[in-house]
Structure formats: structure tokens, C-alpha cells
Design a protein around this ligand. Structure first.
Ligand code: SAM
Length: 214
């Protein structure tokens, strides 16, 4: 728990009701124990995409498509999101949900390791969301940074790991190693000369950064 109980309850109470497909995705994730972003994080992604006028987005870790749906809904007309997932069942489920949610034509879902997939992509992205295996965050970042356009938004999930990152030690969800890796990764991004970033206590902690103009 990163914010207080009352803040968390207030955030839940003020949430706009999800559309039927998103509600179905959330129920699926809860039933099968699939880790997906909380609604506040989804809204943040949609707002960031909208505010930045993003057209070309990339995501590491589609799961069943919840974060891809929020992001796709924030993209400028004609925009699209490339999203990588290595689990075939999740990838297939995401494909079905996003089509039914009406964003199938703007979601390029790839069943591929994001580290290889991003490395093979030409051109620049103006929005990126990182939510794959935590031990691989450094690898994703190394591939992503040169492919981000000046002014691009980068969002990274689980940057506070249910508060364990601030405590500096593991808990019943995160290991000591994951926490120390996350602290080093956060520090690396926040101090990076090509980025201006901030750590937000939204959801499980979202580090948001913008790539500086050259
Ligand atoms: C936390 S879940 C993603 C949740 C999703 N972003 C959402 O909120 O709707 C992480 C996903 O990343 C996938 N994943 C892990 N490592 C990956 C990699 N190297 N390339 C692509 N997908 C990966 C996992 O299979 C898992 O489904």
C-alpha cells in the first residue's frame, strides 16, 4: 500500500465506471491472477498519451491488454501502439479484447520477447510503457532510449513496488534483490542526462519521464 487507506478508497469511489469490455478484462485478470495496472495507472497512461499528442506508442508486457487499451484510447488520430508479450494465451486474449473494445486497428500486438522486438524496430516512438519482467527493465530501457523521439513520454510501472522500494527491503511480494534493482533503475532514469523524470505514487508507483529535446 503506497497511499493511505482513505486515499485509496477515495480513488476507487471517484473512478468513472469502466466500459463493459474493460470490466470483463479486469474480471479476467482478477480471476486468473494476472497482474495488470490499476485504473488510476490506466487513466494516467491515457492522459499522458493525450497530453503529449502521441501517435506511435510501444509497450513491454501486454498481458491481456488492459494498459494497451488505455494507451490506445489516448493516441492521436491515426496513432497506434506496438505491444510485446511472450505468453501466447495472454497475447491471444488481448487480441480479442482490444478488437471488441474497438481499438484493434490501432493495436499491433506481437508475440515476441520485447528485447528482440524493440531492437528490430526502425523509427522513433513518442510514447513508451514498460511493464515486463522487473529483472529486464535495464535491457528494455537500453533498447528503448535510442528509439524515443525528443519530447517522447516514458512511463515505467512498479517503480515503488507496493512501498518496498521506499523501505529499501523486500516484502511478501517483492524480493530484496528486486527492490535494490528497482532503486538503482529509478536512480538511473531520474539522473539520466537525456531525461526529465519524476516518480509518482500512482498505483504501484509510476516513473514518468520525458526525453529532452536534443
Ligand atoms: C505485469 S504484466 C503486464 C500487464 C499489462 N501491462 C497491463 O497492465 O495490462 C507483465 C507481462 O509482461 C510479459 N513479459 C515479461 N517479459 C517480457 C518480455 N521480455 N517481452 C514481452 N513480454 C514480457 C509477461 O508475460 C506478463 O504478461
Amino acid at each position: 500500500m503506497i497511499v493511505t487507506d482513505s486515499v485509496s478508497t477515495y480513488l476507487k469511489r471517484t473512478r468513472m465506471p469502466p466500459d463493459p469490455v474493460l470490466a470483463e478484462m479486469e474480471a479476467h485478470a482478477a480471476r486468473d491472477g494476472i497482474p495488470v495496472i490499476v485504473p488510476e495507472t490506466g487513466q494516467l497512461l491515457q492522459v499522458l498519451a493525450l497530453a503529449s499528442g502521441a501517435r506511435r506508442a510501444v509497450e513491454v508486457g501486454t498481458a491481456i491488454g488492459v494498459s494497451a487499451l488505455y494507451t490506445a484510447r489516448g493516441l492521436a488520430p491515426g496513432g497506434s501502439i506496438v505491444s510485446f508479450e511472450i505468453d501466447p494465451e495472454r497475447h491471444a486474449a488481448a487480441r480479442g479484447y482490444l478488437a471488441r473494445a474497438g481499438v484493434g486497428d490501432r493495436a499491433d500486438l506481437r508475440l515476441q520477447d520485447a528485447r528482440e522486438g524493440i531492437a528490430a524496430i526502425e523509427g522513433a516512438f513518442d510514447f513508451a510503457f514498460v511493464d515486463g519482467f522487473k529483472t529486464q527493465y535495464g535491457d528494455y530501457f537500453d533498447e528503448l532510449l535510442p528509439r524515443l523521439a525528443p519530447g517522447a513520454v516514458l512511463a515505467v510501472d512498479n517503480s515503488l513496488m507496493s512501498g518496498a522500494v521506499a523501505e529499501g527491503r523486500g516484502d511478501d511480494i517483492w524480493t530484496d534483490q528486486q527492490v535494490s534493482d528497482a532503486r538503482a533503475f529509478n536512480q538511473r532514469l531520474l539522473a539520466h542526462p537525456e531525461l526529465v523524470g519524476t516518480l509518482t505514487p500512482v498505483g504501484d508507483g509510476v516513473l514518468v519521464a520525458v526525453k529532452r529535446e536534443a
